[in-house]
Design a protein around this ligand. Structure first.
Ligand code: S3P
Length: 422
């Protein structure tokens, strides 16, 4: 399905964007392994999370899902009687590989055409070092055949800064003999750590080191899922760039390992106001007020240290950079090539088709902002964040952009158009 951008209106009022995808996947997986009852409030209702829910059920979780409340009864992890298909979700596939590696079961994990192109050695290698048997297609890709059980703790340095790899090892370590130590020098998102602390697992976090011991989780757990900062990012961008906008976003997760975009926006000269702070379990949450500021914003050199905490927001940051005066450079972001699409290639190729001056680097790009773009067709390779970023860009410029494969938006943000009032 295609979406064609055109005339747009300012965004005003209050809204709550879709719930956090990262926390939703983790909450379901924790529910699968928790021997007690798990209640989840505000689980994200999007394709990626629905896949994880279905796969948790195939692995033995008894899940009831009524509107805002999802409950998972005491589960016993069982061998699935069919392939576990994670669709488009790298988080689902990689984290679940870590969960099932801890049990003496045979299972096969696969995904859609995009996920089957993404690297899987990054999780298979450490999980095999822990004692699991994992066979990957061409030794690199899904489908993966996994036989788990009898794991031992390892020392792992998360040098690529992947929260998915770190979390897969953390889940596996709960069923491993001995200590597992993970060093996370780049400080990737830490939702798994926070949820495991809340679950009273044997976990200690000291600086950028995480130490875990075998743990039986047997608690009545209540998990509240905040709105997803990565979804809020699109609304924030639209409000900053579309004259006349002012909007309050409710209950947005502002975990510091996720909000690098707020610092990047400050460097662009924009200010987002925090109007209320809360806590959902161990996760910091806030209401954010955003108003039109495009004329005060200027391009900048984005420090490499901010890349990891803004990794999923780089496509929308690129759209902002294209709409404001001056040059923006981003380097040290090679991981973008291994996301739902090769995001560096698609950002540069699509911006170039709009007449925006940009340069592609192996690990980033440079974009020169403009006040005029030309109409074009946008290729998305079924990547939700590329689709949403170019819908925002086309709408603030009020140009005719034909965005392909917008079904991908269902993977993370089903009420995107509704929230944008488009
Ligand atoms: C995620 C981690 C990040 C991020 C992805 C979600 C998670 O991926 O890009 O959208 O929930 O752990 P990597 O861990 O591969 O960097």
């Amino acid at each position: 399905m295609k979406y064609i951008t055109g005339k747009s209106k300012p965004l005003t009022g209050k809204t709550r964007v879709a719930s956090d995808k990262s926390i939703s996947h983790r909450a379901l997986m924790l529910g699968l392994i928790n021997l007690g009852k798990t209640s989840i409030k505000g689980l994200l209702e999007a394709d990626d999370v629905k896949r994880t829910m279905k796969n948790c059920r195939m692995l033995g979780a008894e899940i009831s899902h009524n509107g805002d409340l999802t409950t998972i009864a005491r589960s016993r992890v069982i061998e699935p009687n069919n392939i576990l298909d994670f669709g488009n979700s790298g988080t689902g596939a990689r984290l679940m590989a870590g969960v099932i590696a801890g049990y003496p079961l045979f299972s096969v994990i696969t995904g859609d055409a995009s996920l089957r192109k993404r690297p899987m050695r990054r999780i298979a290698d450490p999980l095999c070092e822990m004692g699991a048997t994992i066979h990957l297609r061409s030794n690199r890709f899904l489908p993966a055949a996994i036989i788990g059980g009898k794991l031992k703790g390892i020392n792992h340095k998360n040098s690529i800064g992947s929260a998915q790899v770190k979390s897969a090892i953390m889940f596996a370590s709960l069923n491993a003999n001995g200590t597992t130590v993970i060093e996370d020098p780049k400080r990737s998102r830490d939702h798994t750590e926070r949820l495991l602390i809340q679950s009273e697992a044997n976990i200690t976090v000291t600086g950028n080191k995480i130490a875990l011991e075998k743990s039986v989780i047997n608690r009545n757990l209540e998990i509240m899922v905040p709105a997803d900062f990565s979804s809020a990012a699109f609304i924030i961008a639209y409000a900053l760039l579309r004259k006349g906008s002012e909007i309050t976003l409710k209950e947005v997760g502002i975990n510091p390992t996720r909000t690098g975009m707020l610092k990047i926006l400050e460097l662009f000269g924009a200010k987002i106001e925090v109007t209320k702070r809360y806590e959902f379990g161990l996760e910091p949450v806030a209401d954010l007020y955003v108003s039109y500021q495009r004329e005060n914003m200027r391009g900048t050199e984005i420090p490499e240290s901010l890349v990891i905490s803004a990794i999923d927001e780089i496509p929308i940051i690129a759209a902002i950079a294209a709409s404001i005066e001056g040059k923006t450079t981003i380097r040290g972001a090679k991981e973008l090539r291994y996301k739902e699409s090769d995001r560096i290639r698609l950002i540069v190729q699509n911006l170039a088709s709009l007449g925006v001056k940009c340069t592609e680097y192996d690990d980033g790009f440079e974009i020169e902002g403009t006040d005029k773009i030309q109409n074009a067709t946008i290729l998305t390779d079924f990547d939700h964040r590329i689709a949403m970023s170019f819908i925002i860009l086309g709408s603030v410029f009020e140009n005719r952009l034909e965005i392909e494969d917008i079904e991908s938006i269902q993977t993370s943000y089903p009420n995107f158009f509704e929230n944008l009032m488009l």
